[in-house]
Write a protein that binds this ligand. Structure first.
Ligand SMILES: [Zn+2]
Ligand SMILES: [Zn+2]
Length: 258
């Protein structure tokens, strides 16, 4: 097992929908107990919840905790669905937040959240599928983005794709080629894997990650914890990592720029 002891996708009480004991201090202490060496707090910005004020507050709280662990403050930001390529929150400078995760949590053009159960017709599914890839192609052009959070999760819901089959992989191939050119990493997201709607989808997702690895994309590891006991949790990710041949330098690491 050569996976690094890191977790670059952790939420806190500031998300507004995480466990009430998921304070910044508790996150850092729990990460220490789990033996992690490096973490990132990556709070959501998907509606007006996470503004500059919350970000400053998180930074202050991180600084107030004494720890041996390396703690980064990043963010998980939704694309601006009205202006493809922009993020919904861009009130920061390149190099200020690590990592900037770009994550889609709403169906483009529909305005419903990713976890809602929808009764979609085949044309609806095609439309969402195509819009999601088109949106992602624009998102990778945005120089603020470091990592694509849980790539493919949105289209794995509500039967939009039944599995990550050959034709889906062709579209990921184009997306990942672009991501490689822009130096954008992809994420292996434990939260997605643990809630993957079917075994078939989960199994086939390995091919998506393999494709990224073959293209020499960096792989970022993240629990997507919304509860303390999820921090550093990598049960499904470890299964996958053991099947992949990843060299240590292929894992994503936030690097602070001065
Ligand atoms: Zn997310
Ligand atoms: Zn998240």
């Amino acid at each position: 097992m050569n996976a690094p002891l890191v977790d670059y996708h952790i939420h806190t009480v500031y998300s507004g929908h995480a466990a009430s004991d998921l304070t910044v201090r508790a996150v850092i202490e729990r990460a220490g107990q789990e033996g992690l060496k490096s973490i990132a707090i990556t709070e959501h910005a998907f509606y007006s919840l996470m503004g500059r004020a919350n970000l400053e507050q998180i930074k202050r709280e991180v600084e107030a905790v004494e720890t041996q662990i390396e703690v980064f403050v990043g963010m998980e930001i939704d694309p601006d669905y009205a202006y493809e390529g922009r993020l919904i929150f861009e009130d920061f400078d390149k190099g200020e937040l690590f990592p900037v995760l770009a994550g889609t949590h709403a169906y483009p053009g529909i305005g419903k959240g990713w976890s809602e159960s929808l009764d979609l017709t085949l044309p609806d599914k095609r439309k969402i599928y195509n819009s999601w890839f088109r949106l992602m192609e624009k998102v990778i052009e945005n120089p603020l983005v470091d990592v694509l959070a849980h790539p493919g999760r949105l289209i794995s819901q509500n039967g939009i794709v039944e599995e990550f089959s050959t034709y889906v992989l062709r579209d990921f191939d184009d997306l990942f080629t672009g991501a490689k050119e822009k130096g954008i990493a992809i994420e292996l997201n434990e939260g997605f894997l643990s809630r993957c709607p079917t075994e078939r989808l989960k199994k086939s997702y390995l091919d998506v990650i393999c494709l990224g690895i073959d293209k020499r994309l960096k792989l970022s590891l993240g629990s997507d914890a919304h509860r303390l006991d999820k921090i550093g949790g990598k049960r499904f990710s470890i299964d996958m990592i053991e099947k992949l041949k990843i060299s240590p330098e292929q894992y994503y690491r936030p690097v602070k720029q001065l």
